[in-house]
Design a protein around this ligand. Structure first.
Ligand SMILES: *Cc1c(COP(=O)(O)O)cnc(C)c1O
Ligand SMILES: [Zn+2]
Length: 429
């Protein structure tokens, strides 16, 4: 099985073990699979045959990982080289409250917050770290608003490779910073914003021979394709009508389109679901470019409560446009108020997610209200991260630090006395 790195603009190819993140022409790179060669080797049956029960003592990630189960169309590495924490295998939830909220009876939420470090980033990181091992990287690095650094720190520790994390000072959710520090990454708090951190990490990687594991790295989106493969397999290869996802740096938007294109080309599915990429209104450069038919690439100063998608100049811009073309996809934007109310709804359904994740639910609701998604269509929204990632935003919403919190569940102050406690409870029941 041969893979190479291929420029999405000029199509120039490089060997898959080349340490490079962009083409000589400046274009983004894809991991390019030879689909004609792959077609006779992969099938629904191959992947279904690998579905297994809980991991046992002889567990191999090529069957139990929800990423490596699909290794032929991700990275055909041998099991001994794979750095895995048995990521993936995330739940597809259905809840009457959520269906009613979005206005579509067949609404499902796939919870990527169930991954080992609490976000979908693990799916890309298991592949990126494996590739780092394959090329003998001396260290790995990323710039991150949080979840990427948490994931990188964990996987680098598993693989025994030193990790460097560049974070913008003071703009990172508590749960995520805690993880980067706890997993032992060297953490640099750059006195600047995310774009400063990103520029610096790229220069450091080039100058010091460190392997860059931001989603610019073409192996990251390859791992994230497995979200789509799991959804397709979960629906017995009968795709839903829509897949909605939060869109920040557009790595997932890029990965999802490529996965669907490849699945169709390989004969795994007969039709391609439509992608709905959802941005926060305050961080919506891709939405604004979309509204202008991509005539001009928009860049903005980003501000939103959903820190995981607070990005003003998304890296995978051109890869994401291609995804919309492949899937007849669209882009929508939702306000922070819509995001936090949708999050409260997801949380109060017992599922729970971090703010950015709820953008996909708020976006679905908006698209149903607009008549773009029909109420009888099947929709899967991706919940990208775990509720515990950003306790600050959640507590603020419920304790009165959030304007118009329609679903606030505020703590009640009660005297330390039985009758007062009982009176309060009786009022509620
Ligand atoms: C990284 C991240 C996103 C944004 O994904 P992109 O691929 O950058 O668009 C959304 N939600 C969460 C929780 C994330 O960690
Ligand atoms: Zn090129």
């Amino acid at each position: 099985m041969t893979i190479s790195l291929r420029c999405i603009s000029c199509k120039k190819e490089y060997p898959s073990n080349a340490v490079r993140y962009v083409c000589d022409c400046g274009g983004l790179l894809d991991v390019w699979h030879n689909l004609d060669e792959l077609r006779p080797q992969v099938s629904r049956g191959l992947f279904d045959g690998r579905l297994s029960g809980p991991p046992g003592p002889k567990d191999v990630p090529t069957t139990t990982s929800g990423v490596w189960r699909y290794r032929e169309i991700i990275l055909p590495a041998s099991p001994a080289d794979i750095v895995s924490r048995r990521e993936g295998n995330t739940t597809l939830y259905e809840h009457p409250k959520l269906s009613a909220y979005v206005g579509a009876a067949r609404f499902y939420a796939k919870h990527e917050g169930e991954n080992p470090t609490g976000s979908f980033k693990d799916r890309g990181m298991t592949v990126g770290t494996t590739q780092a091992k394959l090329i003998g990287a001396r260290a790995v690095a990323c710039a991150s608003t949080g979840n990427t650094s948490a994931s990188l720190a964990a996987y680098a520790a598993m693989a025994n490779i030193p990790a460097l994390v560049f974070i913008p000072a003071g703009k990172i959710a508590a749960g995520k910073l805690a993880q980067a520090l706890a997993y032992g990454a060297t953490t640099l708090q750059i006195q600047g914003d995310f774009d400063d951190a990103m520029r610096l990490v790229r220069e450091v990687c080039d100058n010091l021979g460190v392997y860059l594991l931001n989603s610019l790295n073409p192996f990251r989106p390859e791992g994230q394709k497995s979200i789509i493969f799991e959804i397709l397999q979960g629906f017995q290869w009968n795709p839903p009508d829509w897949i909605a996802l939060p869109a920040g740096n557009l790595g997932n938007t890029a990965a999802f389109g490529k996965a669907l294109y490849e699945a169709k080309e390989l004969g795994l599915i007969d039709k391609i679901p439509r992608l709905a990429a959802i941005q926060a209104a305050g961080a919506s450069p891709f939405y604004q470019s979309y509204r202008g038919n991509f005539g001009k690439r928009k860049i903005m100063k980003a501000e939103t409560v959903a820190t995981a998608i607070r990005i003003g100049n998304p890296v995978s811009y051109s890869r994401a446009i291609r995804s919309l073309e492949w899937t007849d996809g669209l882009v929508e934007a939702v306000t922070d108020a819509e995001i936090m109310d949708a999050k409260a709804m997801v949380d109060q359904s017992g599922i729970g997610c971090e703010p950015a994740s709820a953008a996909s639910v708020a976006g679905t609701r908006k698209l149903v209200a607009k008549g773009i998604i029909r109420p009888d269509q099947t929709v899967v929204s991706i919940l990208t991260g775990n509720l515990l990632k950003d306790p600050g935003a959640t507590v603020a919403y419920h304790t009165g630090d959030w304007p118009d919190a329609r679903l606030a569940n505020s703590p009640i102050k009660v005297e330390a006395e039985l009758s007062a406690v009982q009176k309060t409870i009786e009022k509620i029941l």
